[in-house]
Design a protein around this ligand. Structure first.
Ligand code: JDE
Length: 238
């Protein structure tokens, strides 16, 4: 899978060189390329933004600079990429959305800064036959300074669904939101030592009784879900 990330802060994406994702890149399962949007600016100051029409605070990113960048990236490969734009106005990202994205062969992530990107960018690429469409995605109901953290979230969430990246394939299937999940959040986990600062590991986990362990974990998962995410049990509540 190929992922191109366009940003005015390419250094922000350095964590993608590390750990799980870095290894997936080294062994050729994931082809991540980070681009500096300013490489497509045309003036001496490499400007990418301007004041908003209609007035108001802040700056808006120019569609023309973005258009040059996206066209060049699209021409550097074969096939039609999906354009993903992180935005507080986007579709909330969940396991299903990540799974759908992980089936794409090529995605381009456009990281906006300031007050966002000129709305015509999305309009234009939505109708282009050499692109697979545009998807605006949201990390949640809050605003961050730019789309870069969302790009990191996306690559890491997609990356661990790619066969061969995780190493332990079963854990991706079984975890909280995976295919084989119960629909509940995960139960708490423990490791050695058996007692730490006066706190003991629940006796049932030391019992070796797999039936009792499974029943205890189900009960814990249910309680946690009721307390933290009642909407997962009854969508009317969220
Ligand atoms: C992504 N959840 C939140 C922010 C923005 C006022 C200030 C800023 C592409 O357009 C954007 C992108 C971003 C960065 O992403 C997020 C985000 N998921 O904040 C703005 C809009 N209005 C615009």
């Amino acid at each position: 899978m190929r992922v191109d990330i366009v940003t005015v802060f390419p250094d922000y994406l350095r964590p993608l060189d590390l750990s799980l994702i870095g290894k997936a890149r080294d062994i050729g399962l994931l082809d991540v390329r980070v681009h500096d949007l300013r490489d497509w600016a045309t003036d001496r100051h490499r400007t990418v933004d301007d004041a908003p029409y209609g007035g108001g605070p802040g700056m808006v990113m120019r569609a023309d600079v973005w258009g040059e960048a996206l066209d060049a990236i699209r021409l550097s490969g074969e096939g039609a990429p999906l354009l993903v734009i992180p935005s507080p106005s986007g579709l909330p990202l969940d396991h299903r959305a990540v799974e759908a994205l992980s089936r794409s062969e090529w995605i381009v992530i456009a990281c906006g800064r300031y007050e966002g990107i000129d709305a015509r960018l999305e309009q234009h690429y939505r109708g282009r036959p050499d692109w697979r469409g545009v998807q605006e995605i949201s990390l949640g109901d809050y605003v961050v300074a730019g789309g870069e953290v969302a790009a990191l979230v996306l690559v890491e969430a997609i990356g661990r669904l790619i066969p061969g990246v995780l190493g332990n394939e079963e854990s991706a299937i079984r975890d909280s939101f995976g295919e084989g999940c119960s629909g509940f959040l995960e139960s708490p986990t423990f490791t050695r030592p058996e007692e730490w600062r006066g706190l003991r590991v629940p006796e049932v986990l030391l019992s070796g009784d797999h039936g009792r362990v499974a029943a205890w974990r189900d009960d814990q998962a249910r309680r946690r879900t009721e307390a933290n995410r009642p909407g997962l049990l009854d969508p009317g509540l969220e």
